[in-house]
Design a protein around this ligand. Structure first.
Ligand code: ATP
Ligand code: MG
Length: 241
């Protein structure tokens, strides 16, 4: 059974077709990747899945329920958590408070929430920064906080929008490890990523968008050999060097 299913999703912004007839299914378990050039429609797709953007056409099914008209907070309760491409730490909240807000989705007991938040801070390597404000953190720690905040809502499906962007290779490796450990707990991860080593070491299946349309789906090695993907995204010279 698939966890998430997109059926002919389209989204127009004025005359621009940011998404057109996009259909694919994300099975339960493991990591699934979304690739595509800048402006291909990837973040718009996440907006449609998480409810921040209404599709102009088509629908979204999660755990066999049509969620197309549910607002974002109800999708979060249903088990869809997301990060934002442009990290926006709450300016007046500490790292601990930020993660605790996520935990409070599932419990109203503050002591329990603080305790659970601390377990997550430890797990994500953020405990040393618990009392700092989110915007004071270095890039790598902001990324971790962004993922921790979404993870804290106990999602079944975790949407990660370019969390490896801007990181050094050693930092990418650490992040890959973290995402892999989250996925191995049974959280299904859907990740948008330009950092190819990150997506190729994690994702079992990848879809590729080009100008709002799905142009390929397959395993990372199939995608690397796909002529359409090479022309539209990887670059015509890819693999010939
Ligand atoms: N709110 C909006 N209003 C108007 N146009 C938008 C809006 N959001 C996105 N777009 C346009 O839709 C297209 C797809 O944007 P989107 O952000 O989904 O791309 P992306 O694949 O995430 O790109 P990137 O890799 O740069 O993050 C782009 O042409 C973008 O300019
Ligand atoms: Mg984007």
């Amino acid at each position: 059974m698939s966890l998430l299913s997109l059926e002919a999703v389209g989204r127009n912004f004025g005359g621009l077709k940011a998404l057109q007839g996009v259909s694919f299914e994300v099975p339960e378990g493991g990591t699934f990747g979304v690739m595509g050039a800048n402006g291909a429609g990837k973040t718009t797709l996440f907006g449609v899945i998480s409810g921040f953007i209404k599709p102009s056409t088509g629908g979204v099914t999660f755990q066999d329920k049509d969620i197309t008209s549910l607002p974002p907070y109800k999708r979060c309760i249903a088990g869809i958590g997301r990060t934002f491409q442009i990290t926006k730490p709450f300016p007046e909240l500490t790292v601990r408070q930020t993660v605790r807000i996520g935990v409070l989705l599932r419990t109203k007991n503050m002591a329990e929430a603080t305790q659970k938040a601390d377990v997550i801070l430890e797990r994500f390597g953020l405990m040393a920064h618990a009392e700092r404000l989110g915007h004071q953190l270095a890039v790598m720690d902001r990324k971790r906080l962004e993922i921790a905040r979404a993870y804290a809502t106990a999602p079944k499906l975790l949407l990660l929008d370019e969390v490896a962007a801007g990181l050094r290779p050693a930092e990418v490796d650490k992040l890959v490890e973290l995402i892999d450990s989250v996925a191995s707990e049974g959280v299904t991860v859907l990740m948008i990523e330009h950092v190819l080593p990150a997506i190729f070491s994690l994702a079992k299946q990848v879809v590729v968008l080009d100008h709002g349309q799905l142009i390929a789906q397959g395993t990372p090695s199939e995608i690397l050999k796909n002529q359409h993907v090479i022309e539209a995204y990887l670059g015509a010279g890819y693999g010939t060097a």
